[in-house]
Structures are given as C-alpha cells and as structure tokens.
Design a protein around this ligand. Structure first.
Ligand SMILES: *[C@@H]1O[C@H](CO)[C@@H](O)[C@H](O)[C@H]1NC(C)=O
Ligand SMILES: *[C@@H]1O[C@H](CO)[C@@H](O)[C@H](O)[C@H]1NC(C)=O
Length: 319
C-alpha cells in the first residue's frame, strides 16, 4: 500500500516544476515554435504546475485492471533476456537492453523514454522497459535507476534529445546493431508529453507512444498539426487523467495519420509495475513488433481481437 501511494505521489504530485518560470512560448494558432522544448518539464505539449489543478480531471471509480501489487522482476518474456544498466557515455540516463548482443546481427529499434512526473527515476519502469528490451530493443530512459530522492528536479525535452543524440552518434552500438530508421519516443504521463515534444520537428523520430496522457490544454492542441508520425495512446480508462484529453487529441491528429487509442481500466498508474509490465507491456511489445518488424501475429493482436480479448477498448484508423 505504501508503495502504491509513493507511486501515485511520484506520478501525480510533482508533475511540473514548482518554480514559476517566465513563460516564453505563447500558444496561439499559427505560432509553431522551432523546437519542442517549451517552458515546462514535458515541453511544449506540457503545462505549468500552477495550471495543473485546472486540468487534472481524472474521475474516480473502480480500476479493475490496476495491478494488485508490485510484480516480480524478470529478464523479460522475449527471446533476448534483458537488463537495466547505466552507461557512463550517457550520464543521467538508464539503458535497457538485451544482456548479450542478439545472435545473427539482429537489427534493433531504438526507444527514448520519459518517466511519469518527468522524474529522474527510471527504475520505476524497469518491469515494462526490460520486457520491451527482451524482444530486441535498446532503450535509453531519462534519469537513473534509483533517481534522486525528493524528485525536486525533472527531465526536460533536452534530456530525451540527449538519448537520441547519443544513439545517433553511434554510442548505442555496443549493445548491438541499432536501426536508427526505427526510432520511437515514448513515456508515461509527463514523460509522454515530453516524448511528443521531443518528436516535434525532429525527423529522426518515427513513432510516438503516449502512456496514460495527452495534451491538457485546449489552446495547445493546434500544435498537433506538426506531428507527422503515427501516434499510439495507451490509456487507463475513464479514471485516467489522460482519458478525455486523449479522445480530443486522437480526433485532432492530422487527417490520414495512422493512429491507435486503446483503453484498459487501470487508472493513471497503468500496469507498469506488474510482472513484465502487465497488459500494457504486452500491448506495447505487440505494437512495436508490428510497427518495426511487421510481425503479422503482433498486428493481429492489436487490430484483430487480441487487445479486445484482454479487455482493452480499441480505436484505430489509417493503418
Ligand atoms: C550488422 O548489420 C548492419 C546493417 O544492418 C551492418 O552494417 C553491419 O556490418 C553488420 N554487422 C555484422 C557483424 O555483420
Ligand atoms: C511474431 O511474434 C510472435 C510472438 O512474439 C513470434 O512467436 C513469432 O516468431 C514472430 N514472427 C516473426 C516472423 O518474427
């Protein structure tokens, strides 16, 4: 229980910086900043702490799919047992990768990850990220495995960009054959907004995955016009603060853009902490295996009944 509340606190309380910053970016249709950094943790798609109360409208109610306790740590369920580690060539970050370079020079997609509340504690997501890595992915997450106590500092868009720059400088090659044409930014809550802000005007990013989050403020949704790659929303149902906001964003994405919005009644906390990241881990792996390896089984899991069987409500278009 204590763990659960600590988790909630981490996710919800320090979502945005406490210090009031002078806002330099003014949302205004037609005002598209060159870069997605913006003024707050989470970047241009995010908001200030002082505005947070106005927008967090996650309802209350049962969350039958929320994990009942912390899961077991594994090396992932995929073919390439994986681990969490730090790497001195990318300070302030955490790597999730197969323990051994996969045989056959397997080409591995790259993912940059941001944590809920934009904390610098990526260990919170170990179960989910090790699971994904075990299918042959290399992930660089903001923050360190244990983070800083107090979480007074938060990641910024530049931290996630540092992960991309690191991979594109060839520094992830020690983990195997990285395919830099297959790059995803992803994150939970504030980290998801950071993923979208990092992808904004950065052509290196080819997919965006938003866990339990979407844009809070109506006056920033016009920025979605600059999102040109497929977006997947993995949301926690009606009690999730990302529920109604993701419905709005999903509808507003550019015409014809492939998009996915799936809901499971977990609330804002998702299933990250469950063994192998629970049903969100399974959904994420199948989505990625479909997108990056064109795996027909994985595609069918997402589009043709697998998610529904696992109690997800699925919306999708343009694939
Ligand atoms: C692995 O594959 C990449 C291209 O995907 C190639 O550039 C590299 O030389 C290969 N390495 C080995 C050891 O075969
Ligand atoms: C597709 O994914 C399934 C489930 O992970 C796996 O068993 C299968 O080998 C994959 N197919 C290909 C062609 O990689």
């Amino acid at each position: 229980m204590v763990q659960f509340y600590t988790f909630l606190l981490l996710v919800l309380a320090p979502l945005f910086p406490t210090s009031a910053l002078a806002q330099t970016f003014k949302p205004d249709p037609g005002n598209f900043p060159v870069k997605g950094d913006g003024d707050f943790a989470g970047g241009i798609f995010s908001l200030s702490l002082s505005d947070l109360g106005k927008y967090t409208t996650g309802g209350s109610g049962p969350t039958p799919e929320a994990p009942s306790g912390a899961g077991t740590k594994t090396s992932g369920s995929g073919p390439y047992p994986a681990r969490m580690l730090t790497d001195s060539t990318l300070p302030g970050h955490t790597i999730f990768a197969p323990k051994a370079i996969p045989a056959g020079n397997l080409s591995m997609p790259f993912i940059a990850w941001g944590n809920g509340a934009c904390t610098l504690n990526s260990g919170t997501y170990e179960n989910l990220l090790v699971e994904i890595a075990s299918y042959g992915y290399v992930i660089a997450a903001d923050g360190t495995p244990t983070g800083s106590s107090g979480t007074s500092s938060q990641s910024k868009v530049q931290d996630m960009r540092d992960s991309l720059d690191w991979a594109f400088a060839g520094k992830a090659a020690k983990y195997g054959n990285i395919d830099l044409t297959k790059v995803t930014t992803a994150g939970h809550s504030c980290g998801g907004l950071e993923a979208m802000s990092t992808a904004y005007h950065d052509a290196r990013v080819k997919r965006i995955m938003m866990f339990n989050i979407a844009i809070f403020q109506d006056d920033r949704r016009y920025l979605l016009a600059e999102i040109k790659v497929p977006v997947a929303y993995l949301i926690g149902g009606k009690t999730d603060m990302g529920y109604s906001t993701s419905a709005k964003d999903y509808a507003l994405l550019n015409a014809g853009l492939p998009k996915l919005r799936v809901n499971l009644e977990t609330g804002h906390g998702g299933t990250f902490s469950a063994t192998n990241g629970g049903k969100q881990g399974k959904a994420a792996v199948n989505y990625l295996e479909w997108q990056w390896r064109d795996n027909a089984t994985a595609k069918a899991y997402i589009l043709n009944g697998g998610l529904v069987k696992d109690n997800w409500v699925v919306e999708q278009a343009n694939w």
